[in-house]
Ligand binder design. Structure first.
Ligand code: NAP
Length: 302
């Protein structure tokens, strides 16, 4: 059996098109577009490339995008004042502070200073609480888990009553996706088990999963024989396992990426599976756009 590939790259295009249309409709009716500011402190090359991609995507869907670059030695007080400025800026619906921040700045203090109604990353404790309560309380699901849920739903997988097993309990992936899948409602209503390093007999739990979501950061952690035939496998792991010459420029080396699931063997057992790269990865920024659009819609009451 060869599993159906759940392509994040294709689902991303579908969602970005939907967002672009909605942005245009809102602009025509209400004369406004979503505003997203990305605050980058210093010039870490990886952070700069993430920010550039976010800004490019925001531009593509018709947002008003602002890239605010600050020097690496900005004080914590000045950064807090900057956040306060954007909290009070009516044209800004989403505020994103690119991590990591320099050592002299307390990440938590900065992230907690963002107005929860503009926290489109969904990491503010108020939004974590809203996620836990679910239903109408939920405003901004964190982007990677929201992307995982979209992949499951848009690939046609039934979640109602499904056994969902989540490997990993991080605050950014494992815990939020586990919470989202157990909520009563569409795209969820599943029976959820969460696995971590304290779990005894991981294999027996994984074998029960109709939907197996793996976010451990350990290459090939999930063995093919742990997968229930026909299961939907979402591999969140991104592990750099070596380097190879780039296809575009053979003089340049690029990372060889591997997921947490032994893809080549797993695809012969699973019903559907995400590749790494090209599965969950493209969904995170996409969902950031969706949250920013939602923020404007909440504000307009539509
Ligand atoms: P994390 O904070 O390191 O958490 C990993 C979790 O996996 C922990 O809960 C840990 O258990 C569990 N775990 C690790 N090894 C295990 C083992 N041998 N058996 C059972 N459980 C194990 O990682 P994360 O931030 O959630 O990220 C996980 C992976 O997803 C990484 O590869 C990351 O790069 C990738 N990721 C991808 C995206 C994306 O594509 N957009 C976004 C975020 C993360 P304990 O709690 O017991 O330590």
């Amino acid at each position: 059996m060869t599993a159906k590939l759940i392509k994040g790259t294709e689902i991303r295009e579908e969602i970005l098109e939907e967002i672009t249309k909605e942005v245009k409709n809102i602009k025509d009716k209400h004369g406004v577009v979503p505003g997203l500011v990305t605050i980058l402190v210093g010039a870490n090359p990886a952070s700069l490339s993430y920010v550039t991609l976010k800004i490019k995507t925001a531009h593509r869907v018709g947002f008003n995008e602002v890239q605010d670059s600050q020097p690496v030695d900005i004080s914590e007080a000045d950064l807090l004042a900057l956040i306060d400025k954007y909290n009070n800026d009516d044209a800004i619906n989403g505020i994103l502070v690119q991590l990591p921040l320099p050592g002299h700045i307390d990440d938590k203090k900065i992230l907690n200073a963002i107005d929860p109604d503009k926290d489109v990353d969904g990491f503010h404790p108020i939004n974590v609480g809203r996620l836990m309560i679910g239903g109408d309380e939920l405003k901004f699901p964190p982007c990677t888990p929201a992307g995982i849920q979209e992949l499951i739903v848009r690939s046609g997988m039934e979640t109602n009553g499904a056994e969902v097993v989540v490997v990993g309990r991080s605050n950014i992936v494992g815990k939020p996706i586990a919470n989202m899948m157990l909520q009563k409602g569409a795209g969820a209503n599943s029976t959820v088990t969460v696995i971590h390093t304290g779990t005894k007999d991981m294999a027996s739990h994984c074998k029960r999963a109709d939907i197996l979501i793996v976010a451990a950061g350990v290459p090939d952690l999930v063995k093919p024989e742990w997968i229930k035939p026909g299961a939907c496998v979402i591999d969140v792991g991104v592990n750099r396992v070596g380097e190879k010459p780039s296809k575009k420029d053979p003089n340049k080396m690029v990372a060889i990426l591997k997921g947490d699931v032994d893809f080549d063997k797993a695809k012969e057992i699973a019903g559907s599976i995400t590749p790494v790269p090209g599965g969950v990865g493209p969904m995170t920024i996409t969902m950031l756009m969706k949250n920013t659009l939602k923020s404007l819609k909440f504000k307009l009451g539509i």
